[in-house]
Design a protein around this ligand. Sequence first.
Ligand SMILES: Nc1ncnc2c1ncn2[C@@H]1O[C@H](COP(=O)(O)OP(=O)(O)OP(=O)(O)O)[C@@H](O)[C@H]1O
Length: 722
Amino acid sequence: MVRKVKFIEQSEHSECGITSVAMILNYLGVHISLNTLRDCYGVPKGGNTPFQLQAILRDFGVESSGLRIKDMQFFKENNRPCIIFWDNKHYVVFLKKVNNHVLVVDPALGYRKYTLEEFEEHFSNIALVINSIDEKKAKEYSDEKKKNGLLELIKTQKIKILALIGFTLLIQFFALGIPIITQRAVDNYKLLSSDLTPFEIFVSILAVFVIYYVLQVFRTLIVARFQNYFQKNLMTSFMKKIMSLPLNFFVNRSTGDMIFRSNLSTYIQQLLSSQLVTTVIDVVFVIAYFSLMVSYSKRLTVVCMAGIAVIVVSSFINTKKYQSFTDKELALHSKVHRTLVELFEGMETVKSVGAEKQFYNEWEANFNEQLKIQMDKNRITGIIGGVATTSQFIMPLLIIGIGIYGISNGTLTIGELISFNAISAAFVTPIITIMSAFSSILLLRSYFGKLSEILEQKVMTDEEKEELNEPYEYIELKNVDFQYSKFEKMVLKDINLKIGKNEKIAIVGPSGSGKSTLVKLIAGLYSPSSGQVLVNGKNMNELKQESIRSKISVVNQNPAIFNMSLKDNILMNKEGISDEQFLKAVDDAKVAEIIQSLPMGYMTQISEGGLNLSGGQMQRIAIARAIVKKPELIIMDEPTSALDNISENYIMNRVKEYEFPCVVVSHRLNTIQHFDRVIVMHQGRIVEEGNHEKLMKNQGLYSYIYSGNIEVGDIEGGMAVG
Ligand SMILES: Nc1ncnc2c1ncn2[C@@H]1O[C@H](COP(=O)(O)OP(=O)(O)OP(=O)(O)O)[C@@H](O)[C@H]1O
């Protein structure tokens, strides 16, 4: 069997390496998804090195060699798929060399054909060539056979689909009846005109009109319900999945790409409901029309079939071309979308650093490419598609031209020719819809593939997890290591830490020492790579997120402010919060001050992203949001970094007065001096622990920072620690 390398699209720019590996593994018969690879290995920030790709392949029983290639002679001798380095920054899969061209599949752009010169220009002389595969090992690791999510969805709608088929069949029967009636009427016009009055003919036509109209209305309503169902089901499953996915799923994904994927459900439902059912019915009717045509005239049927053969062949070629253009277009569309989202989200920075030109150039390059592909698509499909349309246009003329000889030699009646002409036209229409449905099905496959990548992400949902009913006692980190990707260094190493019920703990350390990562693990936003995070002795991973969130409040470094009123931004739909509780929280977090300058007080609408607020004001709102629900533990990552010293001291003193324990990351040591315990981080490890006095006596990193009166963030990570 000749295997083909199937295109898998990368989601993020740094994913080209593992996507190329996924394509090669699938080509070699190891059925593994990009999702699984991403989950197992993560994606390092700058992408993977060839050695890392080699290591992943080895895990699946595939041995490979990294080779430095000098010239094209190599590809003549090794004309089979391998991973190659491209433009010194990207990986693609080399497919084969055909005469003066090279075929590659680019994880960002799909199948591509290059001339030898173009290929040599892009190729960066490094190739990962497959040597051998351990079939036994490869099978062990293959993903289990996937269920077809789309079919599963369709199956649940059997009744609606049957009703839809029923109505469409009835409508089509009417359509079929018209040419037959025409033939009978024309050939028996004398008999008919004497038997029926014009009024009776009018009433019969009116009756047909009413029945046809009612059937059409019912059909449209069913299609609408069908669409509604799909839209609802796909979108709700998508949103539920999005909500249950852990934070690290989103770390390597761009907002633009996620929005693009979520919009695909609309296209899917449109394609499904408009094309699927009609296609099934069209197939039935093609057979019925065909038998009718044969019964009228075999010779004319042969003529008609010849015309149809031209239509089918050209439509098929057209569809294939269309599909490959659509794949490329889709990849570029997603890129353009991503650039736009990045631009709008970071407009302030773009303007401040004067990066307009850079963004414009990036957008323009992708947009021009997209337009070029669109143009090529329209040109090619216009040329090939034109063959089908012209054949369709000429067919009636051909039929009448040949048919008149049948009338003159008595093998055909006028009525039969008129009727045949109408049937042949009706016969072509479903054939064309079947052909276009074929392209829609291909399109549907690409769209659904993108959506299922998210739908099929394996996560333990809250329903499968245990409730944390009892009050918070402690959180304990036991031998915790953490890394963002299997190929990156450990960001946290051997962390052992217990946070009790009434403790106020501060975490300090140089920039990049792992403080934010540590608090995200304590908050349950990330899971450790090894070791355990326990809440009251229970594994955090196995507890319902909802019950953890109800007990633990988190204020992160860049809190999000949403497009709703100031009050709603603080309450965030939490119930049972009294006015007193609310007013105390806004007073403690110094939010009360903000409202004096707002026209509608707490009811003032905040614009999206908090654009009408300063950084410090946003931080104060986030602190109020965290304390208002009186959590059992509060975790804050540099919550007051944008505030002045006076406000910071005021807020931190108020927070300390609350009963709940707190964990605060801070760069300013004067604010955390009075905390019960200070954890000092350095290069991913806890290097010191104790209260201010003890740490000062220790003469270690803490005292160095404190005495030197240098902000912790200024210290280089490489400094020796005592
Ligand atoms: N999403 C990520 N993917 C990969 N590496 C990351 C990611 N986030 C952080 N890191 C890396 O993890 C290390 C620790 O980062 P972290 O943000 O936890 O440090 P920090 O002590 O909080 O720094 P700062 O004081 O500057 O906020 C750094 O080397 C950083 O580059």
